[in-house]
Design a protein around this ligand. Structure first.
Ligand SMILES: Nc1ncnc2c1ncn2[C@@H]1O[C@H](COP(=O)(O)OP(=O)(O)O)[C@@H](O)[C@H]1O
Ligand SMILES: [Mg+2]
Length: 232
């Protein structure tokens, strides 16, 4: 089982969009997929409720909620035995203890980041927390960036690209800014489940992303360099 957490303490950068689209993409490829939602706002849980039962299934768990009376936490959090991808959506403003827990429990942390000055700086701070406090490298947890809401050839995107080159964390997908994500979310779908003529470019990003996740090595020898670059 590959455990993927989508995290960034910055709100609105696309954590739920990445988590739900990735979950639907994995499910549509025929893989047993589970989706944990640690955010009390429950956007991923709501997305799952909208998802029709005829769609490839995603097993959802409201991880933010306590276990129902009479059952244990581990029973509440159990996933089907054959789960291939366990995807975790997380809230903004996550506390350090929670960040540490998610890092310890994940193989890969996906970090969505928007092309804006404010988001770039708060993401740099978040990456430092992942490395210094949560010790991602000690847990051999890989970090990867997904840039979100990209519009071609804007100054903000250029700045983001420069930052990403400096921090030396792999950028594994560039997601377009398109209303199709909003439309898909309303129906409990991933963007690739919409009409293909509208979304084939976007579907490619998800195929690339999943390929990277599947082939990500265990090596994490860049930690020191990333840390130096983020503290500037
Ligand atoms: N690539 C995108 N194109 C258009 N709208 C997007 C995109 N990504 C996210 N959004 C919209 O931006 C808002 C915040 O995204 P969301 O995934 O909920 O962020 P987070 O979970 O990090 O708070 C939502 O309304 C979502 O539909
Ligand atoms: Mg969210």
């Amino acid at each position: 089982m590959l455990r993927i957490s989508v995290m960034n303490t910055k709100g609105g950068c696309g954590k739920t969009t990445v988590a739900t689209n990735l979950a639907s993409y994995c499910a549509c490829q025929g893989y047993a997929t589970s989706l944990f939602d640690y955010d009390r706002q429950a956007s991923s849980v709501r997305w799952l409720k909208q998802r029709q039962s005829c769609r490839p299934p995603v097993h959802g768990i409201a991880a933010f909620a306590p276990a129902p009376q009479g059952s244990t936490r581990s029973w509440h959090m159990r996933v089907p035995d054959n789960t291939r991808y366990l995807i975790t959506d997380t809230p903004a403003s996550y506390g350090l203890i929670d960040i540490e827990d998610r890092v310890a429990e994940s193989d890969i942390i996906l970090i969505p980041v928007l092309p804006s000055w404010i988001d770039i700086h708060s993401t740099a701070e978040f990456v430092r927390e992942l490395l210094v406090v949560a010790k991602a490298h000690a847990h051999r947890t890989q970090l990867a960036i997904v840039t979100n809401r990209n519009r071609a050839h804007t100054r903000a995107v250029d700045k983001l690209e420069r930052f990403l080159q400096e921090v030396d964390i792999p950028v594994i997908a560039r997601i377009r800014d398109t209303q199709h994500y909003v439309n898909a979310a309303e129906q409990g779908l991933g963007i690739h489940e919409l009409a293909e003529r509208d979304t084939h470019k976007d579907s490619e990003s998800w195929a690339t992303l999943l390929h990277w996740l599947d082939t990500a090595g265990e090596d994490f020898n860049h930690a020191d360099k990333i840390l130096r670059n983020c503290s500037g």
